[in-house]
Design a protein around this ligand. Structure first.
Ligand code: NAD
Length: 501
């Protein structure tokens, strides 16, 4: 067996990892405060390392360092080719260290190593590479004027950016924010989720090795209500970008309003539909998409398509095939490369999701499969499929963020669309149909930031990602659109003095 596909290979790496244990400010690891956080491995429930968290003093230090280097211009006003070279080097270093980073992320979050290797070995470095390549291909504009004026419009780095990310895709969400912000020339202060700080801290070290100047990228591990709040309220931070829950997103808007009116980019939750229209053949591919849409990352995914809306004539066959596919999913040790579903990130999250499952049963949804006691250490949950979900049930309305798929039968396209739209969220939707007119109708009528036709997808680095309604603000991550969070627009209006006395 290829050793890269061997569980013991990844366990061996896990035992030899040197784990970051303190904040990274101004190009070096620094002493944290006396709050020591225990990193718990979700697969075992046991502490595997500790980390010194930050205090408000560290936020001030990081802002001072980020501001000083921003004002110096060594990064913010450096030649585009320079920032490009440095970020390409960082992409290369991430690829070279991908296995170690993937194991670290898997230990910290419980995510299957297969997913971590893909995210960190491919997607994360691609983000740095793509935004690096964009730097010297982005032009300003010259406005139409008479001969007496030359007016140009340029975009300048916004300054010091505060980024706060969640625990479900720790390094990927970090890359979504940090790669475009650094490409723009900003200085960045990142707060990872308290549960998953390790890979972001290691990334900061790699960034320094790649040549990112001291102070340009700082990582502050700490609690949200403490460090996240201090960042949100800080007068020295020029913009905030946040991915996480709607409740905290609203707080970040409040901090901005109460401090310096900094702009805030928000990527929030979702309750996304997966719609199977009458004409869609229930192929293996469709079923694989349905199961992946609900259970990828154990359902801890903002785009999880948990509300599966299926034409009544296809529902029995759909349920039968989904049940078989779910039964074949491998739940287990995240460091086993065959594992498809790992544990949830924490006891708290597991209990929260179990609460939704209990509520679904109580409200009369029919349990098709799952919810067995897995009798394992760690924060595992047996993936659940519900039938007969009704639009007004709690499990159809609230974001569950766990491995729960609910099926709702409908009589026709109009009912499917009406149900799909019946949510306060607007992040994502998937539609399966062979009919181009139906596909276009749904694509236009669904109020959400991403619509996947005949495939569950979030697009790729080139396409913007973000939410309508309560799923986010006007900001987008990914694509050239992401740059808008990290730049501001300046008009330079030059009057000709030719002919003026
Ligand atoms: P969360 O909102 O509790 O935490 C997110 C981050 O905010 C963490 O770093 C946390 O420490 C910080 N935080 C918490 N309280 C804070 C406060 N008072 N002030 C400042 N920062 C604070 O969310 P979570 O539980 O980590 O993540 C799950 C949520 O994230 C889900 O709702 C999910 O839908 C959402 N999410 C959205 C996207 C997206 O792109 N739209 C992607 C991933 C996750």
């Amino acid at each position: 067996m290829d050793r890269h596909f061997d569980t013991s290979y990844y366990h061996q790496i896990a035992t030899s990892l040197v784990l970051p244990d303190r904040p990274y400010i101004n190009g070096r690891f620094v002493e944290g405060c006396d709050v020591v956080y225990e990193n718990v491995n979700p697969a075992t429930g046991r502490t595997f390392s500790t980390i010194s968290f930050c205090s408000a003093r560290h936020v001030d230090q990081a802002v001072d360092a980020a501001r000083a280097v921003f004002d110096s211009g060594v990064w913010s006003r450096s030649r585009p080719e320079h920032r490009k070279d440095v970020l390409l080097t960082l992409a290369r270093l991430i690829r070279e260290n991908a296995t170690e980073l993937a194991v670290m992320e898997s230990l910290d979050s419980g995510k299957p190593i297969k997913d971590c290797l893909h995210e960190i070995g491919t997607e994360v470095p691609n983000f740095f590479q793509w935004y690096a390549e964009l730097i010297d291909k982005t032009f300003g504009k010259v406005a139409p004027t008479g001969d007496d004026v030359t007016a140009f419009v340029v975009q300048e780095a916004i300054g010091v950016v505060g980024a706060i990310v969640p625990w479900n895709f720790p390094l990927l969400m970090t890359a979504w924010k940090v790669a475009p912000a650094l490409a723009a020339g900003c200085s960045v202060i990142l707060k990872p989720a308290e549960l998953t700080s390790l890979t972001a801290l290691r990334l900061a070290e790699l960034a320094s090795l790649a040549g990112v100047p001291d102070g340009v990228f700082n990582v502050l591990p700490g609690y949200g209500h403490d460090i996240g709040q201090a960042m949100g309220r800080h007068q020295g931070i020029d913009a905030m970008t946040f991915t996480g829950s709607g409740v905290v997103g609203a707080q970040i808007l409040g901090y901005a309003a109460q401090s310096n009116l900094k702009p805030v980019g928000l990527e929030l939750g979702g309750k996304s539909p997966f719609i199977v229209l009458e004409d869609a053949p229930l192929t293996d591919d469709l079923i694989a998409n349905a199961v992946n849409a609900a259970f990828w990352n154990a359902g801890q995914n903002c785009t999880a398509n948990m509300r599966q809306i299926v034409h009544a004539s296809r529902k029995e066959e759909f349920l039968h095939k989904v049940e078989a596919k779910v039964a074949a999913l491998k739940t287990g040790d995240p460091l086993d490369p065959e594992t498809e579903i790992g544990p949830l990130v924490s006891w708290k999250q597991r209990d929260r999701v179990q609460g939704f499952i209990d509520k679904g049963m109580e409200e009369g949804a029919r349990l098709v499969t799952g919810n067995r006691n897995l009798d394992r250490q760690g924060f595992y949950l047996d993936p659940v499929v519900f039938d007969n979900v009704k639009a007004d049930m709690v499990i159809a309305r609230e974001e569950i963020f766990g491995p729960v798929l609910g099926v709702i039968g409908v009589q026709d396209d109009d009912e499917a669309l009406q149900l799909a739209r019946d949510t306060e969220y607007g992040l994502h939707a998937t539609v399966f149909t062979r009919d181009i007119d139906r596909a276009l109708h749904f694509a236009r009528q669904l109020p959400c930031g991403v619509v996947g036709i005949n495939g569950f997808t979030e697009g790729d680095v080139k396409t913007p990602f973000g939410g309508y309604r309560r799923s986010g603000s006007l900001s987008r991550d990914k694509g050239v659109e992401a740059m808008q969070q990290y730049v501001q627009t300046k008009t330079v209006w030059i009057r000709s003095l030719r002919g003026v006395d």
